[in-house]
Write a protein that binds this ligand. Structure first.
Ligand code: UDP
Ligand code: MG
Length: 139
């Protein structure tokens, strides 16, 4: 089932650099409604499961280590065309290639420590939202 929802995490670099408020402000300002929100810290098992699709990639261990290094902010966001519009709002994976004004251009420090996650499909948005939030935690 296609939805108008996407899933995001503000990553440990952006949390520790004090950017939670600014990033949530950009998200709200772009017309996304926050329908689930929590601050939490991923375990190694959580991060390995969440990024299982990348388990054979050379950066996998570094990614798991980074994503478990401190708290994250997880959220489910609602807007028409949420998945695609949110990928545009966050910008390219590599902040050097991210467009001006995007969240990664503004707040990311490197390809790995790139401030924010955004789901890449409606199917993954639903899976990732369910990974972090029960049905009663999504409004
Ligand atoms: N990543 C990395 N090195 C790479 C590619 C990706 O460290 O060469 C990290 C980065 O944090 C990225 C995450 O792995 O956000 C997931 O990679 P993906 O290709 O799915 O990028 P995204 O969908 O986050 O833009
Ligand atoms: Mg991805």
């Amino acid at each position: 089932m296609l939805t108008n929802r996407t899933f995001t995490m503000i990553k440990p670099d952006a949390v520790s650099n004090g950017h939670i408020g600014a990033i949530l402000g950009k998200i709200a300002g772009a017309g996304f409604r926050i329908v689930a929100l929590k601050m939490t810290q991923l375990t190694k098992a959580d991060a390995e499961a969440f990024y299982a699709v990348h388990s054979e990639r050379p950066f996998f261990n570094e990614l798991v280590s980074f994503m478990t290094s401190g708290p994250i902010v997880a959220a489910v966001l609602e807007k028409e065309n949420a998945v695609n519009d949110f990928r545009i709002l966050i910008g390219a994976t590599n902040p050097n290639e991210a467009a001006e004004g995007t969240i990664r251009k503004l707040f990311a420090t490197s390809m790995g420590e790139n401030a924010i996650h955004g789901s890449d499909s409606d199917e993954n948005a639903a899976l990732e939202s369910a990974f972090h939030f029960s049905a009663t935690e999504q409004f």
